[in-house]
Design a binder for this molecule. Sequence first.
Ligand SMILES: Nc1ncnc2c1ncn2[C@@H]1O[C@H](COP(=O)(O)OP(=O)(O)OP(=O)(O)O)[C@@H](O)[C@H]1O
Ligand SMILES: [Mg+2]
Length: 271
Amino acid sequence: MSRHQDARVSSEDDPGAPPARGRRAAGPVAGESGPVLLAMSGLTRVHGEGAAQVRALDEVDLQVRLGELVAVMGPSGSGKSTLLNLAGGLDTPTSGAVALAGEVISDLDARKRAALRRRKVGYVFQDFNLIPALTAAENVALPRELDGVPLRTARSEAIAALFEVGVDDLADRFPEEMSGGQQQRVAIARALAGPRRLVLADEPTGALDSVTGEAVMRVLRARVDAGAAGLLVTHEPRFAAWADRTIFLRDGRVVDATGDDAPEHLLSRSR
Ligand SMILES: Nc1ncnc2c1ncn2[C@@H]1O[C@H](COP(=O)(O)OP(=O)(O)OP(=O)(O)O)[C@@H](O)[C@H]1O
Ligand SMILES: [Mg+2]
């Protein structure tokens, strides 16, 4: 069975082997090189002032194409979450630019960025960020409702996304009634509900056992193969192996990369 035929996560799933790095499935949109969805250039983010200044990201260039899943690895504090926050328009760069489908989002005001994010970006936060007073299904449906999708549509999209990650039976539970791994899967469902083109996932497998983690990777991979672009932060090489390529950050800089698009000087160092 191909990894596309049943992307649904269940506890019985055989995690299977990840595809060979760089291999792409012949999905409807996934080609050898889809159009660039996310383009970041000269991206720098400095936090704080004076002596307390931290250069969280330093002149990073990165492009992610439709049909492409890029893993981001690096030690704690190397700038991985900062990179995702900038990619999704949750934060603005000190210098440099972020473009989403050709639109420079780093120039937009906060309200326009939020609207664009709700429509185009699915975000799995490192700490889930579920709203405690809402059930799983309500949490997943909320961003879509805020974007003007009718309640019933948002609800059925939510149930479908919860099904995809294997927790549709928990639709009416509140976050505090779920395990960490279950909450994480609800957070992933929220990022996948509706037609989001860019999926940003900050350690989406951190609270999952290895079988569920692999199954979640299969769902992410299938979504990307079906015509989205993904940026995945992970500390685990076995999850990064699901990506088309991996970039390595240290002290806010890209210090290494794999795959066809890696700059020549980085490839020669990594091989
Ligand atoms: N709001 C902030 N104010 C000041 N410094 C910050 C802020 N956010 C991040 N930093 C600093 O920027 C650097 C990069 O942080 P970031 O959260 O991007 O790291 P990370 O690679 O995601 O780490 P982890 O693997 O621990 O999640 C760190 O030195 C961090 O302390
Ligand atoms: Mg982080």
